[in-house]
Design a protein around this ligand. Structure first.
Ligand code: NAG
Ligand code: NAG
Ligand code: NAG
Ligand code: NAG
Length: 483
């Protein structure tokens, strides 16, 4: 009995050492913000960028809350989607707001598209694509031609109408998912697979709908994705589910070729890459609203100090599958200047109030009203001696003239997690440089009940590690610089 136990322990030890060997490589990808100067053909002013971000955040929050409500009634999602019949998401809750930013709610569902862009290579031989990185997306998809394979007059390679296109027939590793498969009929249902299946081997098709009637349509396939490892070698990830989108239209997708999905779901890129690289991924983001130039990094596998941290790493429980495929955390409260605010606990409760998620694709931090009001009251006192500023077309209530502004006057905001971990964001992450000489409190109100979101500006200059196998979220302050 004892011998067996020792044998088992030895096996575990050998296994974990081998495991570490195998995972000694990790992938580090550089991220560019969607609003980075080099990506914009026309340069935008800082308040235009802020308006764009707000607009985007509102649409995205609508999607997040919609998914949360859907998650509360799992039975509502048992029917598969017929082409063109999906119900659009209601825009009622944001109608006041969007009117204020003077923009139509054009892109509607927006697929939860995030803010950061990276490059990966797809197929065999590989073709390079610039993809939006999104913790809110389950699906990785690229601008692609599939049907071209059977037509004579289609381009053999390269761009179509100035856009990079993946030509499926030129890749020897492209494996369409058959529409008759369990994968298409059941597992990809949440990724909007269609019921149409003229022959069993017809590729499984999808249809993402937008409120304005535009859509992204295509077929699902397994493909090989090639990424560069930190040691300079390349790593090929096989059987990555991708969407081959042969039609898409969206104002948010200018200058990019698709989306890389980092949501927590079976077929997302994050899950696939993490499975092969130690079960975790991390990112470090710098402030894109300030003038500080710096890089953002996305790491699959363990961060072997490639992105350096400047303080201790704290851990809290990462709640997977609690709010759809988002990354949820158990917030217990918020303190400001050492004083715990009076926020009803229901706000943080997923089933009663909506809970809290960490999102790379939402810029500002979204708090539902019962949390938003006390937080604003507590911070605004510290900046009351500065002149209030109303930015044209920007519906933020708490902006002020920051001439002579002293950061140290702002009380420390701390997000307290139920397991005792504390996240202390940098002050510039909640009193944000919104325009020249103007700072704004970086929060957006949302209706209760609804999901609160820790946005990417609040997360900036921290390294966030999503440990999918250990159900842990690690965070440590960092300048997001590499060694
Ligand atoms: C829109 O604004 C009006 C007045 O400002 C308010 O009465 C109404 O409740 C608001 N609607 C929503 C959906 O917030
Ligand atoms: C695609 O990959 C999945 C594993 O992720 C596998 O179960 C499935 O059989 C593959 N399908 C095809 C058509 O290669
Ligand atoms: C930051 O980047 C911009 C544009 O890329 C450049 O003009 C500016 O000089 C840079 N600033 C610093 C401090 O490096
Ligand atoms: C802020 O105040 C200074 C001096 O009081 C003034 O010159 C400047 O124009 C103000 N800025 C804004 C954006 O109102």
């Amino acid at each position: 009995m004892k011998g067996r136990l020792i044998f088992l322990l030895l096996m575990v030890l050998i296994f974990s050492v081998q495991g570490r060997e195998q995972y000694s490589n990790s992938i580090v990808l550089e991220l560019t913000h969607r609003h980075a100067p080099q990506l914009n053909t026309r340069t935008k002013t800082q308040d235009q960028r802020l308006k764009d971000l707000l607009h985007h955040d509102f649409i995205r929050h609508n999607i997040i809350s919609h998914k949360w409500r859907q998650g509360l009634q799992p039975r509502a999602r048992t029917r598969r989607v017929q082409a063109w019949e999906q119900t659009p998401i209601t825009t009622a809750t944001t109608s006041n707001f969007t009117a204020a930013i003077e923009m139509p709610l054009g892109s509607g569902r927006d697929m939860g598209i995030g803010q950061y862009i990276t490059s990966v290579k797809v197929g065999t031989p590989s073709q390079k694509f610039r993809l939006i990185v999104d913790t809110g997306s389950d699906l990785t998809w690229i601008n692609c031609r599939y049907r071209c394979a059977r037509s004579d007059n289609c381009p053999k390679k390269g761009r179509i109408k100035g856009r990079r296109v993946f030509h499926a027939h030129l890749s020897s590793s492209f494996r369409p998912v058959p529409c008759f498969s369990q994968m298409c009929m059941v597992e990809l249902m949440n990724l909007f697979s269609l019921t149409t299946c003229p022959t069993p081997l017809t590729p499984c098709a999808y249809d993402y709908r937008y409120i304005d009637g535009s859509a992204a349509m295509g077929v699902f396939a397994n493909e090989t994705v090639t990424v560069s490892l930190t040691n300079g070698r390349k790593r090929r990830l096989h059987n990555v589910l991708i969407g081959c989108s042969d039609s898409f239209q969206s104002p948010t997708l200018q200058n990019v070729d698709g989306v890389i999905g980092l949501a927590n779901s079976k077929y997302s890129f994050a899950t696939n890459a993490a499975e092969k690289l130690g079960g975790k991924f991390s990112y470090c983001l710098v402030d894109h609203l300030s003038h500080i130039n710096g890089s953002n990094y996305l790491i699959f596998g363990t961060n072997h100090n490639q992105v350096m941290v400047t303080g201790n790493t704290h851990y809290t429980r990462l709640e997977l599958n609690l709010v759809s495929s988002f990354y949820a955390v158990n917030v217990m409260g918020i303190s400001i200047g050492g004083k715990m605010l009076d926020i009803p606990f229901q706000v943080w409760d997923t089933t009663k109030g909506g809970g809290t998620i960490l999102d790379s694709g939402t810029s500002l931090t979204v708090l539902t009203d019962p949390a938003y009001q006390p937080v604003m009251e507590a911070i605004k006192m510290s900046v009351s001696k500065y002149q209030k500023v109303k930015l044209d077309g920007v519906p933020m209530d708490y902006c002020f003239n920051s001439t002579g502004f002293d950061d140290t006057l702002v009380p420390k905001l701390i997000i307290h997690f139920a397991d005792g971990a504390r996240f202390e964001p940098h002050r510039k992450s909640y009193v944000i440089a919104a325009a020249d000489g103007v700072r704004c409190l970086g929060f957006l109100p949302a209706r209760f009940p609804g999901t609160s979101v820790i946005g990417n500006i609040m997360q900036q200059n921290y390294l966030w590690e999503f440990d999918l196998e250990g159900n842990k979220l690690g965070f440590a302050p960092s300048a997001c610089s590499t060694s």
